[in-house]
Write a protein that binds this ligand. Structure first.
Ligand SMILES: *[C@@H]1O[C@H](CO)[C@@H](O)[C@H](O)[C@H]1NC(C)=O
Ligand SMILES: *[C@@H]1O[C@H](CO)[C@@H](O)[C@H](O)[C@H]1NC(C)=O
Ligand SMILES: *[C@@H]1O[C@H](CO)[C@@H](O)[C@H](O)[C@H]1NC(C)=O
Ligand SMILES: *[C@@H]1O[C@H](CO)[C@@H](O)[C@H](O)[C@H]1NC(C)=O
Ligand SMILES: *[C@@H]1O[C@H](CO)[C@@H](O)[C@H](O)[C@H]1NC(C)=O
Ligand SMILES: *[C@@H]1O[C@H](CO)[C@@H](O)[C@H](O)[C@H]1NC(C)=O
Length: 470
């Protein structure tokens, strides 16, 4: 009798266990891709890094400043190297355009890159694209001709956008930067990124971010349990130790929004805060927009909150540690009016404090849509962060982006080459001291003037009507 009861109890327990196991396995529903043979132990860490830039035609920096590989050339060279696969995420697809461009801003580089992407077919190289634009005609064209395109419904996840902008080639080489797949990024806009060659360790990790997007097709929720193949390999706390052009360095990739950070993945915002905290001499930031606000729309009405994570770190660095802070922001059609207020307050912080320095300048392209500085990077005396998002609270909260962090180890480069940190510092200083920057006050005056002009124009327009009404 008793043994029968025992039997039933054991049977029930086994059943429970089986159901539990089944439940756990069915809950894991973001599977990653196959990882072809390369593991954390035997991936390659002996890498080469190259800075790539697009400098719009009309800009001329002083002749002493170093020029870097052009973005167009860099991307084409990556395609030359591709043997197995090219994985691309880009906020927009507009390489081919009815716009013929002009002498200063030619459109043909975009068309050429588009043709090269299609021609991957003849070489048997897979072309995989993740995008949040289901209606893009260019992506339809690519799908028809060869590419595998998967759609990520950002509306369902955060109502944000997929603004990530990177390439992974053969799970070995990567590109990450501000320039996406638009002919303007190869011609009209000022862009900056890096290409890292022969770096399967870093590529493996960036590929996992891509694999996550790839797996999100047709989904409208993020599962609570993730496959190991999309979790982070390296992070803020456990960075990859590697060699970049024979210099020892640490690196990892970070991502946004928080919802897209599986176990161990560092958030962009944590990476940025960490680098500012570690800086000893200077923090230079070059971004299109900087605004410490989060703007949520809830049932039709906008709820706006102050967003402090970056602001507070900068203030602490400047006031308490005397780290020199410089912010280079773009002045363009969409510059938010509150930018002036927040930046004025930031600059005023050092009033009467010896050794404290916070400076803000505006970078101004030739016109409001041309030559805009799209750069999204930070460089400190020890590290660089190259990201995809502008430094606006709402961007980090709702939009998907990725970032690459490179920290120098103590030893200095041996072969007399400038390290990537030094190169990026030089790029920042070139822009900062160029004729295309103006002070905060000058920027404010320009905007006020144009508003006044606009009001005058409006007044002129309404005058005849008012006369009629006499
Ligand atoms: C790395 O290690 C895995 C298993 O340990 C092996 O299958 C693979 O061939 C190795 N890859 C390289 C490039 O050595
Ligand atoms: C260029 O460099 C030289 C020497 O390196 C220096 O004398 C000169 O002032 C520099 N010119 C500009 C425009 O910075
Ligand atoms: C795509 O096009 C369809 C029909 O033209 C439209 O209903 C839908 O809102 C569009 N989606 C996006 C994300 O623009
Ligand atoms: C994206 O998700 C939203 C909200 O869940 C849904 O209304 C919309 O139809 C989805 N769009 C597509 C193209 O599946
Ligand atoms: C917040 O978003 C709403 C709607 O998207 C917009 O009208 C408003 O100007 C935004 N406010 C700020 C401060 O950006
Ligand atoms: C790394 O080496 C390549 C050439 O092999 C060079 O073009 C590039 O500028 C170097 N990068 C850095 C950061 O020194």
């Amino acid at each position: 009798m008793q043994s029968q009861q025992k039997c039933i109890a054991v049977f029930a327990l086994v059943c429970c266990f089986a159901i539990l196991v089944a439940l756990i396995f069915s809950a894991v529903d973001v599977w990653g891709d196959e990882e072809d043979g390369v593991t954390e132990e035997n991936c390659s860490k002996n890498c080469r890094i190259v800075l790539v830039e697009n400098i719009p035609g009309e800009l001329s920096f002083n002749s002493n400043s170093t020029t870097h590989l052009s973005l167009t050339l860099g991307l084409n060279q990556l395609l030359d190297k591709a043997k197995l696969s090219v994985e691309i995420v880009s906020p927009e697809w507009a390489l081919t355009s009815s716009d013929q461009g002009s002498r200063l801003y030619p459109a043909y580089q975009g068309q050429f890159l588009f043709q090269r992407l299609i021609s991957l077919k003849s070489r048997g190289v897979r072309l995989k694209i993740a995008s949040d634009q289901p209606n893009s005609t260019e992506l339809k064209g690519l799908t028809d001709r060869y590419a595998e395109v998967r759609y990520v419904n950002m509306t369902a996840f955060t109502r944000g956008r997929l603004l990530s902008s990177f390439w992974v080639v053969d799970r070995k080489h990567i590109y990450i930067g501000s320039g996406g797949m638009s002919w303007k990024a190869l011609s009209k806009l000022k862009e900056l990124g890096v290409i890292v060659y022969d770096c399967s360790c870093l590529a493996m990790d960036l590929h996992r971010i891509f694999a996550l997007y790839w797996q999100l097709q047709y989904r409208d929720y993020i599962p609570s349990i993730w496959s190991k193949r999309v979790t982070a390999v390296f992070s803020k706390d456990e960075p990859l130790e590697l060699k970049l052009n024979n210099t020892d360095a640490y690196a990892y990739v970070s991502t946004s929004p928080e919802l897209f950070c599986p176990k161990g993945r560092s958030r962009d915002i944590d990476a940025i805060r960490h680098l500012i905290r570690e800086a000893r001499r200077f923090v230079y930031i070059s971004v299109t927009d900087y605004l410490p606000l989060v703007n949520r729309s809830l049932r039709g009405s906008a709820i706006i909150r102050y967003w402090s994570p970056v602001d507070e770190m900068l203030r602490e660095a400047a006031v308490l540690r005397k780290v020199k802070v410089r912010l280079l922001i773009s002045l363009w059609a969409n510059t938010h009016p509150l930018t002036f207020n927040f930046m004025t307050s930031m600059q005023a912080l050092c009033t009467g404090l010896p050794g404290c320095s916070v400076e803000v300048r505006f970078y101004r392209g030739k016109e409001q849509t041309e030559g805009i500085n799209e750069n999204k990077f930070m460089v400190t005396d020890k590290a660089v962060y190259i990201g995809n998002l502008d430094w606006v609270g709402s961007e980090f909260a709702f939009n998907a982006g990725a970032g690459l962090v490179i920290q120098e180890s103590q030893s200095q480069p041996q072969d007399g080459q400038n390290s990537i940190v030094e190169q990026m510092t030089a790029v920042f200083e070139r822009d900062w001291f160029s004729p295309y920057t103006i002070s905060l006050q000058a920027g404010k005056n320009i905007v006020q003037e144009s508003q006044n002009t606009w009001q005058k124009v409006q007044a002129l327009k309404t005058k005849p009507e008012s006369r009629e009404s006499y």
